[in-house]
Write a protein that binds this ligand. Structure first.
Ligand code: SRM
Ligand code: SF4
Length: 569
């Protein structure tokens, strides 16, 4: 391993990692302590690497404080699901675990996996152990590691998709932590953890990465993973015969920004080259190693790859990566994206199998308010013989269905009201929102719980302007961290305070251009009024086939910020 640059002063988290004995900390003692529903702050840092966060229910925080009770602690648990694929058996098992241990069903995330919320400390070992018993894991779902590797779903070329999916899984395992602490805690369920003396992390090192590191693989023409929002995007290049030739490399993307900290900003990745499939794993290993060695370990908000690249230059990063590889990085190859949303309904792939994309609003699978989506998906899982694929737009694909089985799946879809996509407006179909309140400790405003109300009002405008079926991508997040990738929405709403959002417009439909700030810190009335005006103009002035995001840029309403930072908080 190359010597790490010695920063002036390491952040607190670096010390916690260094002293954690390869991610053990005092988690065994903390989990066993029944006097409180919480664990210590340093153990919470360590727990993230195991796929879980300590949270508290913010809806009751003040009331509990008044009553002198400790916060209503609950743990979020994130499943690691490379490429977002799971079997019907795994679906049923995960669903059953949600019934036993979670407070709000299952939640599909914007990185094509599941989260559980509200698990109690005393149940954490059973929940994470249960996830492992399904053949899945939570290791490295959170923390300063390579996160769940995402991959495009449902392209028409099934052979290339299967191949790229295999590379996705291989990549995840190639780069995952090697600590034995995970096994000791959640699988062997040891009462007392070992000392980690025999552990080794050949890639990540004793202090792991400076920050999270995200890979995503897009298969053109679909950019449903938002490949340019990844720390390291990979674009599968297919030949005219549909065979996989290799991958374009696109480092330096990221959405997160922090209010009031101009050193942070969203940025899109840039292309630096191409490698054939046989060089993918080695390239990605070293792509991570460069960031391990040069990423900022003093200021965590400045510790993502995008900042290392901006501080040192894209050419520097490419040269540094090249210097570690025994083969040349080739020039990037041509590709073309059509869009970064999902395609609803049935699609046939070139092997004659069928794939059904269903909309799960904000990814929430819970039977509430007369919606029985969770029960419906459970019933489908009971009869489905193919697999399920999660999308990065928080939806689900019932994949790999024989033509003869479509009818019985359609019957369940109808019975459980899973066919909302047939009636939804174009805006509703392409709306994403992050979790935000009440569980997210960083939320400044509502997102998932507020989106339906706002959509209702915006649909009124769309009807009036004759735009009901126009596919406009809207993304809402409860703070500038951007978990729903709002800066890549044609309409982006970024929470700044309770009831207040920044409005961004002008991102494109293919995930290749960031939106620009249009209005700052405004409430619902101002949002509706601003969009009323823009949608009204769009309806009248648009060119044939022109998308909303492209229109606002062409009409000079906003100037797009370019690939790298113009949006500063
Ligand atoms: Fe995220 C932190 C939820 C995708 C950027 N994100 C969080 C935390 C864990 C809050 C915290 O640190 O205390 C949120 C937990 C909320 C809850 O109650 O569940 C959270 N992020 C989510 C999910 C569940 C949003 C969703 O509604 O689906 C997504 C889980 C993905 C997964 O399965 O792994 C999620 N987060 C993203 C994405 C989108 C993506 O990766 O494609 C981003 C933008 C891309 C990026 O990383 O730049 C994202 N999350 C962040 C950031 C900003 C990080 C930064 O360096 O700028 C934070 C804050 C942090 O890490 O300190 C954050
Ligand atoms: Fe929480 Fe902000 Fe992410 Fe939403 S964008 S889940 S509010 S950290």
């Amino acid at each position: 391993m190359t010597e790490q640059a010695a920063p002036a002063s390491l952040s607190e988290v670096e010390h916690i990692k260094a002293e954690s004995r390869y991610l053990r900390g005092t988690l065994d003692l903390g989990l066993a302590d029944r006097r409180t529903g919480s664990i210590s702050e340093s153990d919470d840092r360590v727990l993230k690497f195991h796929g879980s966060y300590q949270q508290d229910n913010r809806d009751v925080r003040d009331e509990r404080r008044r009553q002198k009770l400790e916060p209503d602690y609950g743990f979020m648990v994130r499943v690691r699901l490379p490429g977002g694929v799971l079997t019907p058996r795994q679906w049923l098992d995960l669903d059953e675990l949600a019934s036993r241990y979670a407070s709000s069903g299952l939640r599909i995330t914007t990185r094509q996996t599941f989260q559980y919320h509200g698990a109690r400390k005393e149940d954490l070992r059973d929940l994470i152990g249960g996830i492992n018993a399904t053949g899945l894991s939570t290791l490295a779902a959170c923390g300063d590691v390579v996160r769940n590797v995402v991959c495009s779903v449902n392209p028409p070329h099934c052979t290339a998709h299967a191949e790229v999916q295999q590379w996705t899984v291989r990549l995840m395992y190639h780069l995952e932590p090697r600590t034995t602490a995970y096994r000791e805690l959640w699988i062997d369920r040891r009462e007392r953890l070992g000392d980690g003396a025999n552990d080794d992390e050949p890639l990540l090192g004793r202090t792991y990465l400076p920050r999270k590191f995200k890979f995503g693989i897009a298969i053109p023409p679909y950019n449903d993973v938002d490949v340019f929002a990844q720390d390291f995007g990979l674009i599968a290049v297919l030949g005219e015969d549909g065979a996989l030739q290799g991958f374009n490399l696109a480092p330096g993307g990221g959405m997160g920004a922090t209010a009031g900290d101009p050193r942070t900003y969203p940025a899109l990745a840039d292309l630096i080259g191409f490698v054939p499939p046989e060089h993918l794993l080695e390239t990605c290993w070293h792509a991570v190693a460069v960031q391990r060695d040069f990423g900022d370990r003093a200021i965590r908000k400045h510790a993502r790859l995008k900042y290392t690249i901006d501080d040192r230059g894209l050419q520097w990063y490419r040269d540094e990566l090249q210097s570690r590889l025994p083969f040349p990085i080739e020039p990037p190859r041509p590709y073309r994206f059509e869009h970064n949303g999902d395609r609803y309904g049935w699609v046939e792939s070139d092997d004659g199998r069928w794939h059904l994309t269903l909309q799960i609003p904000s990814g929430r699978l819970e039977d509430v308010d007369g919606h029985l989506r969770r029960s419906g998906m459970r019933e489908i899982a009971r009869i489905h013989k193919g697999e399920f694929r999660m999308t990065c737009n928080q939806n689900v694909i019932v994949a790999n269905v024989a033509a003869g089985d479509r009818k019985m799946i359609d019957a369940l879809v109808g019975q459980y009201g899973l066919d909302d996509h047939r009636r939804a407006s174009g805006l509703r179909l392409h709306a994403l929102s992050c979790v935000a309140l009440p569980t997210c400790g960083l939320a400044m405003a509502e997102s998932e719980r507020y989106l339906p109300q706002l959509l209702g009002r915006l649909e009124g405008l769309l009807e009036r302007h004759g735009l009901r079926d126009e596919p406009i991508h809207l993304r809402m997040s409860g703070c500038p961290n951007g978990c729903s990738r709002p800066y890549m929405g044609e309409i982006g709403l970024v929470g700044r305070a309770v009831g207040k959002y920044d409005l961004h417009v002008g991102a494109d439909h293919t995930g290749e251009r960031l939106g620009a700030p249009y209005r700052e810190n405004i409430g619902e009335e101002a949002i509706v009024s601003a969009l009323d005006e823009l949608l009204g103009r769009f309806a009248v002035e648009r060119n044939p086939g022109e998308r909303f995001g492209d229109f606002v840029v062409r009409a000079g309403i906003v100037e797009p910020p370019g690939r790298r930072p113009a949006i500063r908080y």
